[in-house]
Design a binder for this molecule. Structure first.
Ligand SMILES: [Zn+2]
Length: 121
């Protein structure tokens, strides 16, 4: 199978074998004739990223990612409005327990810090 004819800036030959342009032997990433196609491809990649269906919600970052995904699903009309409100309620519960857990940890650290400071003086 043919390889892309482009040479990378580090001097190595591009290793791409898929989707080569038969006219110039270049892959999508190196083909100057397919810039628009490349940008559309990169744009699709950006849109899909960060909107992945969440598996678990254990941190505030997971809550944010889940909301992001939910928003994308709603905008793409892949999800019903009543499903959204159920999922939002679940997310709110998760967020509350994560926040409470974090607050508990912060308070425990504050107590420990106070204890250490008292011991040091
Ligand atoms: Zn290439």
């Amino acid at each position: 199978m043919e390889k892309c004819a482009a040479v990378k800036t580090n001097g190595e030959r591009c290793g791409h074998r898929r989707d080569l342009n038969p006219a110039n032997g270049l892959c999508l990433f190196h083909d100057p004739d397919r810039k628009a196609e490349l940008y559309a491809f990169q744009d699709r990649g950006r849109k899909n990223r960060g909107a992945r269906k969440p598996k678990r919600i254990e941190s505030i970052e997971d809550v944010i990612a889940a909301r992001d995904w939910l928003f994308g699903e709603l905008m793409a009309k892949r999800i019903e409005r009543d499903e959204v409100s159920t999922l939002r309620a679940v997310l709110a519960d998760q967020e509350k327990s994560i926040t409470q857990d974090l607050l508990g940890r912060v308070r425990a650290l504050q107590r420990e810090l106070k204890h250490l400071r008292q011991g040091a003086s």
